[in-house]
Design a protein around this ligand. Structure first.
Ligand code: PLP
Length: 496
């Protein structure tokens, strides 16, 4: 039997080795499997067609030949072919043989596929890890994992979500909303009703919900510069125009915002610990910001991503706690205090927006899995959460002290930046390149320049996360990091 088609699929059937080695179609039969042999043959061929391995026009062997090769009954292959024919994936053309049909599929889609955007590539680079000095992730520690596993295996799942087949509350599980409201009152001096708390898949989903509710397309939004990449992108995707507002040692420069974009409809800020510089927004600036918002009928989003997780002393109260005009929408997350892989956060809506939030959450952004929510509620109710935050603060303070000591030994200038230490580099230094090299050695400091949108303000530097710098590794990691920096210094002495 000869296969002379432009897309030969199988070699001569009597030569099984050639068949197996050269063919794009690999059929491995498991005779012990529950799945019938004809179904195994059918799904192997279907997968090869769907993935584009067998493009349209490819000729399949006759079912008799394939049966001989596979050592199965002819009827078994015939059944598989009939099912593929029914699914319009192949067609028999008499003497011409059986061909893969021309149909829109992944082979066509692949040609249309675009490489990921620069934004997605940058984000993918940011989330590599876990690695030493990585920013924005908690210490590797399995305590919540164990407690969560216990909560899951307790009665929670029997009495909780799986005891019911009705849809869960899209606004969030009542028990978690209550826990969060209670916790915010104590830890952030923010008093709200559980009804004001909407459960989301982390900050990013919370921001998406807020922007949907506010519907400010076409309007300007103040955005800290340097600031969080995802916030800027989120504003752009919501059709807003982000206006860069610089940050100094009192936090967001409100005067600058008023001078350059007094007519903005929104400001997104990280008042607790500015991301990434770590500055706490001063009381003077907080009042100024609230006054501007009241006078301009603007909204403020408070990104409270670190919450009470502040090293050295107590975190300042939430900006929303000062907000009598109720223009501040507070967004929190469990990413830093429990784990980013929970994908759990919340929005505290001003009372007058609660109905609008409920509508959008119900139709477009329902709360994540009740299993995760109820387990987190239990974690909070039993006191694990408060203990964990306290423990993380102690651990991170010790790690930060050890890191400071090492930086001093290397005569490096540094400043505190929230849960990181910032090592500034001279103007023009290629912090992104230094980080790329560091990543190959298991370290992932964050390049400061990446956090800037305005080229004129961009400064290079390395943000060294303290949560991911265990004391046992910090000496060796600093040595390796400074070897990389020194190599760059030798190549471009003016720049490092
Ligand atoms: C400024 C800022 N906001 C929020 C987050 C957390 O977002 P999420 O809750 O989506 O993990 C981060 C994480 O790094 C951040 O840096």
């Amino acid at each position: 039997m000869k296969y002379s088609d432009a897309h030969p699929v199988l070699g001569p059937v009597h030569d099984g080795v050639e068949f197996a080695a050269n063919s794009p179609l690999q059929i491995h039969l498991d005779r012990a499997a529950k799945l019938s042999l004809s179904e195994q043959i059918r799904s192997s061929i279907a997968r090869a067609i769907e993935s584009g391995l067998l493009p349209p026009g490819s000729r399949l062997p006759s079912w008799q030949s394939l049966a001989t090769y596979l050592g199965v009954a002819r009827g078994t292959v015939q059944t598989a072919y009939e099912r593929l024919t029914d699914a319009q994936m192949i067609e028999a053309f008499g003497a011409k043989g059986t061909l893969v049909t021309a149909r829109p599929g992944p082979a066509v889609n692949r040609a249309e596929e675009r490489p990921p955007s620069a934004f997605v590539r940058t984000y993918q680079e940011m989330r590599t890890g876990p690695a030493v000095f990585q920013l924005g992730v908690p210490a590797l520690d399995d305590t919540p994992g164990k407690v969560f596993a216990r909560a899951r295996s307790s009665n929670l799942l029997k009495t909780g979500p799986f005891s019911s087949v009705v849809y869960p509350d899209p606004l969030g599980e009542r028990r978690l909303r209550q826990e969060i409201a209670g916790h915010l009152a104590i830890s952030r001096n923010l008093h709200c009703l559980p009804e004001q708390v909407f459960i989301t898949s982390g900050y990013t989903a919370g921001l998406g919900l807020v922007l949907r509710v506010l519907g400010l397309e076409g309007r300007k939004a103040w955005m800290e510069d340097p600031g969080y990449l995802l916030t800027r992108k989120g504003l752009e995707l919501a059709g807003m125009r982000p206006i860069s507002v610089p940050v100094d040692d009192e936090g967001l420069d409100v005067d600058h915002g008023i001078t350059h974009a007094h007519d903005a409809a929104l400001a997104v800020v990280t008042p607790g610990q500015q991301a990434p510089l770590g500055t706490t927004l001063s009381l003077r600036r907080r009042l100024q910001l609230l006054q501007w918002a009241a006078a301009s009928d603007a909204w403020i989003v408070e990104d409270d991503y670190l919450g009470e997780l502040q090293l050295g002393g107590r975190a300042a109260p939430a900006l929303a706690s000062l907000d009598e005009g109720k223009r501040v929408i507070h967004v929190g997350t469990f990413s830093k205090t429990i784990s980013p892989s929970l994908r759990l956060g919340f929005v505290v809506a001003p009372l007058r927006l609660v109905a609008a939030f409920a509508e959008v959450a119900t139709a477009l952004a329902p709360a994540p899995s009740p299993v995760v929510q109820l387990t987190t509620a239990q974690f909070m109710r039993e006191g694990h959460y408060v203990r964990r935050v306290r423990r993380l603060k102690r651990l991170y303070s010790a790690q930060r002290d050890a890191l400071c000591e090492q930086l001093d030994r290397h005569d490096a200038a540094w400043t505190s930046a929230g849960l990181a230490l910032l090592v500034p580099l001279p103007d023009g230094a290629l912090d992104v390149e230094i980080v790329r090299e560091a990543i190959t050695m298991g370290m992932a400091p964050s390049p400061l320049s990446r956090w800037f949108a305005s080229l004129a303000w961009t400064r290079p530097g390395l943000l060294l996360g303290v949560a991911t710098a265990p004391e046992t590794q910090v000496e060796a990691s600093c040595r390796r990091l400074f070897e990389i920096i020194d190599r760059y210094r030798e190549r471009a002495p003016r720049l490092t």
